[in-house]
Design a binder for this molecule. Structure first.
Ligand SMILES: Cc1cc2nc3c(=O)[nH]c(=O)nc-3n(C[C@H](O)[C@H](O)[C@H](O)COP(=O)(O)O)c2cc1C
Length: 220
């Protein structure tokens, strides 16, 4: 697939077919994606691929914590979005909820949608990316680069992804069921699987500010 086509067609996939992704395919995707750039070639990313019964156990434990009212959190919190950033966040939620037929007042459906996120959108697999805490938060830039590369490479295998925080918002669950050590920062994960194109939320093609509005040209 042409790189421009891949970048323009990629979108977050939040509904998957149940078919598992072969381990060899996941391995090939990661082999390619590790060609991503990183600061001083430190490539601090470490992958933990979860599927099968481990994935099921993580999903179950996440939901149990959510039901028990335990507050979900990222290990490296990003803070609340305000102003234009909050507006963009809300615009996405409106798009998603409209497609999924979820109204503002329907607390039950909203909760179901949230639970879906904590179940990794029922994807057959997820790639959790962590870095050594020694690397510091700067390493998160490198994780961003490799995440987008994974998402693009996956397209060549007919796979969809969603870079997502929800699945790892109970880090103790992830550590317990995968063995990721306390010395590592669990940064982000990607759900991965074959897209269910009949799933309404997969229709979302998210908005962007036009380049003209966010670019300052100097000397050109
Ligand atoms: C760091 C990061 C965390 C994200 N976390 C979530 C998440 O928890 N749940 C979710 O539904 N989408 C999540 N997303 C996906 C974004 O909502 C999505 O990338 C954005 O709306 C743009 O849409 P697109 O990916 O379809 O272009 C996350 C994306 C990034 C980069």
């Amino acid at each position: 697939m042409d790189v421009i086509e891949a970048i323009k067609t990629r979108r977050s996939i939040r509904g998957y077919k149940p078919e598992p992704v072969p381990k060899e395919v996941l391995e090939e995707i990661l082999e390619t994606a590790i060609r991503s750039p990183s600061s001083l070639n430190t490539h601090p990313w470490e992958f933990t691929v979860v599927a099968g019964d481990v994935m099921e156990k993580i999903k179950q434990a996440n939901i149990e914590k959510l039901n028990a009212g335990e507050r979900p959190h990222l290990e490296e919190p990003r803070g609340e979005y305000t102003g234009i950033y909050r507006e963009r966040q809300v615009a996405l939620a409106v798009q998603l909820f409209q497609l999924m037929g979820i109204t503002r007042e329907d607390r039950e459906k909203r909760m179901d949608w949230m639970k879906r996120g904590f179940r990794f959108f029922d994807a057959p697999a997820a790639i959790i990316i962590s870095i050594d805490k020694e690397v510091g938060t700067g390493g998160q830039f490198d994780v961003g680069a490799v995440s987008q590369t994974i998402a693009l490479v996956a397209l060549s295998y007919g796979l969809g992804t969603c870079i997502m925080g929800q699945g790892i918002m109970y880090p103790d669950v992830i550590r317990k069921l995968t063995g990721i050590k306390e010395s590592k920062l669990i940064v982000i994960c990607l759900t991965i699987g074959y897209p269910d194109w009949d799933f309404p939320a997969n229709e979302v093609y998210s908005a962007r500010e036009p380049v003209g509005k966010i670019t300052t040209w100097c000397g050109i």
